[in-house]
Write a protein that binds this ligand. Structure first.
Ligand code: NAD
Ligand code: UDP
Length: 315
């Protein structure tokens, strides 16, 4: 029996980059939040400003183990997102994706909560269709070094759909494209945080391959707004949430060098295996179903992110 009338949220991976921004939003909206995290890539610092607030609880727990809680909404984000972290122990990454999603769906079923899965553009693999609509089935290597993550997200989506078909569990699936902003870890190996950290330290920017590969980067505030609209909607099929503003990695390196008034000094390194060559979301569905589209321009988002890293570096 629930004493208060506010929505009770469980955010798995809540101490991470996206999870902590989501928690800020939910707490500011006056909702209750349980943040569940094993602190693999997340840190207590990301949520410390809520510790002591009666609407907030922090639980150290690994989603590969079941947990009993009473909640209305499960935002299932727990999973390392950066290639160096998810490749560090790929078997654990597969377990987190499969067992973690299975356990959270079991919880959702028992308490009749709605579950939103943080899926990924990686379900499209190295896409042969460009830009990528939700109807594209993907081109994913099952045996490569990215497979634990890519296939992990695919099986997680499958599990969600089977829970919906068999148990009427309410599911929402966000296919998140590359997102950046404050609270990315400076050493997490993703391109934006790498380039900013290298610029601050006056080191050459490490471009993998010739830098012609593309990504489409979404600022974190836009992404969180998309997740919230999806959770609040009645749409249960996967939805791309990302910014279609496609840019190549060389251009990103130039823009970030300029933010720090550095000379353009780049070090060209070998391209990682299975690194997708192009990536850009089609977001017509998000607009039709959620009336969502990103608002923050790349140059503005990069400036905010660089300022965050500068401030964090001077602490
Ligand atoms: P992140 O690494 O900052 O956050 C992941 C969080 O999950 C961390 O706090 C980590 O400690 C926690 N975690 C990992 N394994 C866990 C486990 N077994 N049990 C409990 N907690 C665990 O990554 P992020 O960028 O915030 O990504 C959040 C989610 O969004 C992930 O599921 C990721 O796959 C997805 N996603 C992110 C992006 C992106 O660009 N950031 C893109 C696509 C999808
Ligand atoms: N990348 C790069 N230099 C870096 C880190 C990444 O050139 O220091 C490239 C990487 O090869 C990829 C792109 O930038 O083509 C985005 O990499 P990231 O790890 O941020 O995201 P993902 O590959 O998972 O989309």
């Amino acid at each position: 029996m629930k004493a208060s009338s506010s929505i009770r949220n469980l955010v798995t991976g809540g101490a991470g980059f996206l999870g902590s921004h989501l928690i800020d939003h939910l707490m500011k909206a006056g909702e209750e939040v349980i943040c569940l995290d094993n602190f693999y890539t997340g840190t207590k610092r990301n949520v410390e400003h809520w510790i002591g607030n009666p609407c907030f609880e922090l639980i150290r727990h690994d989603v590969t183990n079941p947990i009993l809680l009473e909640v209305d909404r499960i935002w299932h984000l727990a999973c390392p997102a950066s290639p160096i972290h998810y490749q560090f122990n790929p078997i654990k990454t597969s377990k987190t994706s499969f067992l973690g999603t299975y356990n959270m769906l079991g919880l959702a079923r028992r308490v009749e909560a709605r579950l939103l899965l943080a899926s990924s553009s990686e379900v499209y693999g190295n896409p042969e269709v460009h830009p990528q609509p939700e109807s594209y089935k993907g081109c994913v290597n099952t045996t490569g070094i990215r497979s634990c993550y890519d296939e992990g997200k695919r099986i997680a989506e499958t599990l969600c759909n089977d829970y919906m078909r068999m148990n009427n569990t309410q599911i929402r699936i966000a296919r998140i494209f590359n997102t950046y902003g404050p609270r990315m870890l400076k050493n997490d190996g993703r391109v934006i945080s790498n380039f900013i950290t290298q610029s601050i330290n006056k080191k050459p920017l490490t471009i993998y391959g010739d830098g012609s590969q593309t990504r489409s980067f979404c600022y974190v505030d836009d992404l969180i707004e998309g997740l919230i609209r999806l959770m609040n909607s009645s749409y249960s099929a996967p939805v791309n949430i990302g910014n279609p503003n496609e840019i190549n990695i060389s251009k990103v390196a130039k823009i970030i060098s300029k933010q720090f008034n550095n000379d353009e000094i780049f070090e060209y390194l070998e391209m990682p295996l299975d690194d997708p060559y192009r990536r850009k979301p089609l977001i017509d569905l998000a607009w039709r179903q959620l009336k969502w589209k990103p608002e923050i321009d790349f140059m503005d988002g990069i400036e905010k992110t660089c300022n965050y890293f500068r401030d964090a570096n001077s602490l």
